[in-house]
Write a protein that binds this ligand. Structure first.
Ligand code: AKB
Length: 338
């Protein structure tokens, strides 16, 4: 059996990740979350444990119960939520991550095994100073624009660096067996579009909100301008991406942090697609939230994912049209009984 820990399993990514991991009967999936899981996720996971990642004792008791092969550390307060409660975001996203990284490192050293530690970072890790520069930058590489403006973005950069530290330099003066340090692997996700769940607390949320509102025959007042442009991808591609990264041969990985992306539409193009599939409603742009707009404007309009393609063969299965027509449409219709 492969014993897998998921933190933040009750979130959007957790929902699809549990569903995909449960298809392999050799996986024992320990889903953890501060709050209850959706009933489908609770049924599909092997075990649910309530865990508060900011509480060291809570984390220690989960690691005392299981020896993990792979960890997907998803728990996080997102970019908009993080600006409402920056102290909470700092606590959950940094102290919480430290607790999980430390527990995984200690367990690996104790059981003499390098535990795979998969961390989804985000386009929020980038910070581009203005729209002119954003346009000029085009597809950004992992090495550019590493000064985000949000608390969430800063904690993503911090956790990326901390993961690298724990996997390479932890206790660098000691003679511990470095082969048993964690095997840290990270992707930077773009905005994600899921037919099964609705996001909350993020700033790329407008993408999903446009589609789900149109499907529910509701008009939608966009909080970003029509020309806003950031990368997105289908949730299933994002989840298959982190599963694929977790299975990649370590020798083929030339870096620890990889961009992945699907397509890069303007907000108006998402709106057009939503209306094509679910006609009859309006999307308006006269109630822009300048703060959330500023966050989106600081994120790149596209990502260079060539290292992920080259090193571990990542390729999104769904392009823009296919995401709407083949992935979102059938499942959203089923969800809302259309
Ligand atoms: C957010 O909007 O905060 C997230 C993200 C892009 O990481 N969806």
């Amino acid at each position: 059996m492969t014993t897998i820990l998921i933190t933040g399993a009750g979130g959007e990514v957790g929902y699809t990740l549990i569903h995909e991991l449960a298809k392999n009967k050799d996986n024992y999936v320990v889903a953890t979350s501060l709050h209850d899981l959706p009933p489908e996720s609770e049924k599909e996971s092997s075990e649910f444990i309530q865990m508060d990642i900011t509480d060291k004792d809570s984390v220690t008791s989960v690691f005392a119960k299981h020896e993990f092969d792979t960890i997907f550390h998803l728990a996080s307060i997102l970019s908009t939520g993080g600006e409402k409660t920056p102290e909470l975001a700092l606590d959950v996203n940094t102290i919480g991550s430290i607790n999980i990284l430390e527990a995984a490192t200690k367990q690996g050293l104790e059981i003499k095994k390098s535990i795979k530690f998969i961390f989804p970072s985000s386009i929020a890790a980038y910070g581009i100073p203005n729209l002119e520069e954003k346009k000029k930058a085009g597809k950004v590489t992992e090495k550019e624009y590493g000064h985000p403006i949000t608390m969430y973005g800063m904690t993503k950069i911090f956790t990326e660096n901390l993961g690298i530290y724990f996997s390479e330099n932890y206790q660098m003066l000691s003679d511990i067996d470095r082969d048993n340090l964690i095997d840290f692997r990270c992707v930077r996700f773009p905005g994600l579009l899921s037919p099964d769940t609705l996001p909350s607390g993020g700033t790329s949320d407008y993408g999903s909100e446009m589609v789900h509102s149109a499907a529910q025959k509701r008009d939608y007042a966009s909080f970003v301008r029509a020309d806003s442009k950031i990368p997105f991808m289908a949730m299933i591609d994002a989840v298959m991406g982190i599963i694929k990264l977790s299975e990649a041969d370590k020798k083929s990985l030339s870096q620890k942090v990889y961009n992945i992306r699907g397509f890069s539409p303007r907000a108006s193009e998402i709106a057009d697609e939503a209306h094509k599939l679910f006609p009859g409603t309006k999307i308006t742009y006269d109630n822009i939230n300048e703060i959330r707009q500023g966050i989106v404007d600081s994120w790149p309009e596209d990502l260079d994912d060539s290292p992920a393609q080259k090193d571990w063969g990542f390729k999104a299965k769904y392009d823009f049209e296919r995401t709407f027509e083949k992935y979102l449409l059938p499942k959203i219709k089923e969800r809302y009984g259309i």
